[in-house]
Design a protein around this ligand. Sequence first.
Ligand code: GLV
Ligand code: MN
Ligand code: MN
Length: 420
Amino acid sequence: MNGKPMIDVQRLLQRITDFAAIGATRAGGVNRQALSPEDRAARRLLVELAFARGFRVYQDDVANLFIRREGRDPSLAPVLIGSHLDSQPTGGRFDGALGTLSAFEVLETLQDAGAVTERAIEVVSWTNEEGSRFFPGCMGSMVFVGAGDLSNWRETRGADGARLGDELAATLSALPEAEVRPAGHSVSAFVEVHIEQGPVLEREEIPIGVVTGVQGTKWLEVSFVGEAAHAGTTPLEFRKDPMAAAAEAIVRLQEAIMPADPLARLTVGRMAVEPSSINVIPSRVTLTVDIRHPEEDALASIEARVEAECRSAAARHLSDVYIEKRFDMAPGKFDAAVVAAIENACEGLGVASMRMVSGAFHDALFLSRVAPTAMIFVPCRGGISHNEAEFVADENIEIGARILFETTIALAGDKASRGL
Ligand code: GLV
Ligand code: MN
Ligand code: MN
């Protein structure tokens, strides 16, 4: 590969290691859930690194964090690059952090070179991308693009009982040195580096995925409500058993949805049982259903099927059912010019790439509603993600960061730039 200036891969790898120590789990992953003390510590470290390099730092109402390196013309909308720092409860060290820290490496590389870009470049760390502690995911980017109403979410309780409004306030006040800015400033383009979180790039032995779009996701929360009763004394015909209903609905959906359509995904990832006692028929079983599909119509039919199966299973077990939609993200397409900029960067550095659609959702999908956007994927071992064993080879981290660097300076106006 050629091209100057060069990102400092050792520095980037060290940063990834340093951030992975915040919320580190014994199995080598991270537990740095949104707006938790660990998330706050990671933000603090990023801000300290930013101030050490003389960058300006901002946060908005939803605690999206921005680090700005000024351009030649401050009146132009900045190029935005970045990802998120929050993690799953048993997350890996790369999901989110890789994109945020690769973006920060771009700023540091420009700073080292004393380069001047036409537009400012801002690194962003979006708040609560994962959505595992507080519904919904991509909360920060939704607020940023006007697709979500923060005032409605303040009362949301996390999986651990914490109130979102309190955790957000604590997170904002933990960085008093950040300048406050309203959510949703104008952006000339957004680029996010991320691990693929699937097996395709590794299998094809291609180091870069140029992401042209993201499949749709819906999250449903389904509560089956029956009647608590004695496990030993209640005959079948008297049982109003929401666990039996839930189990039956899950089995029917597993048999109906994915075997019929290789593009469909359905996951029941969380289940809460009340009162959760070995010898009590439960009164309530609440479960989450995550459904995904690249086609909006197919996603809508899956949703309808989930509702129908849950209602009929509830009826068979004399239970009620309540279904709430917690997240609804239509499939989206990325911008052809940003996709081309990433492909040009690959060509320029002699790096093989392939186009792909993301199976995971990302903040980039919301950003694509307000600014030209695309993503850069790097392979992860075995396609494993949302798992403490998540792993990306150093050489792929380096390639991803170099492609991000080249793409960013092209979008930030390298023709008028000095030192590049
Ligand atoms: C993102 O974390 C997703 O669940 O796709
Ligand atoms: Mn992610
Ligand atoms: Mn994730």
